[in-house]
Design a protein around this ligand. Structure first.
Ligand SMILES: [Zn+2]
Length: 150
């Protein structure tokens, strides 16, 4: 079995919400990419319903790119406790947190889920803007930390 970095993190020791830089990799031409965990919920204690995390996925896709122009991808974790983010270059964790706080505040002002239709989404019926806002509020209240063990 190939060693997977995220499987070596002890999920019983972390304290959500947090942003963690998982690592950087250099391509054959010297380009750097970096990967982050945007952990919203406490592992094995809380999780987001699929409609909430799906709507947050659609919203973060746009709002995070308003602040960070080097994002490659932001995808939901299968455990529904947060998102993975991959970006060009090596971004400071605090810069990612600032972008995330900006984005979560924008979620609260959102009136319509972007791309929630059968042409642009694979499961457009499974969205909840109400639920997405409730979780955004919760994360903002808890405060996103750069310290994963607290
Ligand atoms: Zn979708």
């Amino acid at each position: 079995m190939v060693k997977v970095e995220s499987f070596s993190l002890d999920h019983t020791k972390v304290k959500a919400p947090y942003v963690r830089k998982c690592g950087t990799q250099k391509g054959v031409k010297g380009d750097i990419i970096s990967k982050y965990d945007l952990r919203f919920m406490q592992p094995n204690k809380e999780e987001m319903p699929t409609a909430a995390i799906h709507t947050l996925e659609h919203l973060l896709a746009g709002y995070m790119r308003e602040k960070l122009d080097n994002i490659i991808d932001i995808s939901p974790m299968g455990c529904r406790t947060g998102f993975y983010m991959v970006a060009w270059g090596d971004i400071e964790v605090q810069v990612v947190i600032d972008a995330l706080n900006y984005s979560l505040n924008k979620v609260l002002e959102t009136e319509e889920v972007p791309a929630a239709n059968e042409f642009q989404c694979g499961n457009y019926r499974d969205h909840s803007l109400f639920s997405a806002k409730e979780y955004a509020k919760y994360i903002l209240k808890e405060g996103v930390s750069s310290e994963i063990f607290r």
